[in-house]
Design a protein around this ligand. Structure first.
Ligand SMILES: [Ca+2]
Ligand SMILES: [Ca+2]
Ligand SMILES: [Ca+2]
Length: 212
């Protein structure tokens, strides 16, 4: 009986020590916003491309800089298919945007099949992994449905409540069927997910009622 008690005490102690460290690490770099169905020239190369003008943003939610070596984007379920490999340092609070054209260039340079980010317009899953030695760990993932990404709608985290996702739908306002709900805000590739609507810059608090 005493042995069993000791075992559970040890288990509890290990959980207390191990879990906060793991979740801190897992949560520090996260998917922040993405646009899967571009209807305009988001990457600014002068041409509209359903492949090159998709984009995904990541953010460093922690208080320290992160070396992005080993961080990769993948799409779809099951075994990851690599679409982009990050490099360089992401400072605390900083955001990095990857366009489909960046993904295409990475795939070409690294001998992968060339699909860009390959974000399916009818629904898909975006995942961020970290490869360290022989370990490949899922860092963050998001699964979306078709309606939320239709023509120039981005999905992203609220800047004031990162666990809450909304649709940045000022370019193509959502009906009540959008999941997550529409916010009336414009997409913000490469910058923080602040809210600018068609007529004004608004705080998230002031539009809270829209996406309840
Ligand atoms: Ca797409
Ligand atoms: Ca373009
Ligand atoms: Ca953004």
């Amino acid at each position: 009986m005493r042995k069993i008690f000791r075992f559970f005490m040890l288990l509890a102690l290990v959980s207390i020590i191990a879990i906060p460290g793991f979740s801190d690490c897992a949560a520090q770099v996260a998917i922040n916003e993405f646009l899967a169905d571009p209807a305009r020239d988001w990457d600014g190369d002068g041409a509209l491309s359903s492949r090159d003008d998709e984009w995904v943003e990541i953010v460093n939610l922690g208080k320290t800089a992160v070396d992005l070596a080993g961080y990769r984007l993948a799409d779809g379920e099951g075994r990851p298919v690599w679409r982009y490999g990050f490099s360089g340092v992401l400072e605390a609070g900083a955001i990095r945007v990857v366009y489909g054209s960046d993904a295409r260039a990475w795939e070409e340079a690294n001998g992968f099949a060339v699909y860009g980010l390959s974000l399916n317009n009818t629904g898909d899953r975006i995942a961020l992994y970290r490869i360290a030695g022989t370990d490949t760990a899922l860092v963050d993932g998001y699964t979306y449905a078709e309606v939320a990404v239709r023509d120039d709608r981005a999905i992203g985290r609220r800047i004031d409540m990162p666990a809450v996702w909304v649709v940045f739908d000022a370019n193509n306002p959502c009906t009540s069927t959008c999941v997550p709900p529409g916010s009336g805000c414009y997409p913000t590739p490469g910058s923080a997910n602040t809210c600018t609507t068609a007529t004004e810059s608004r705080s998230w608090g002031s539009i809270k009622s829209i996406y309840r």
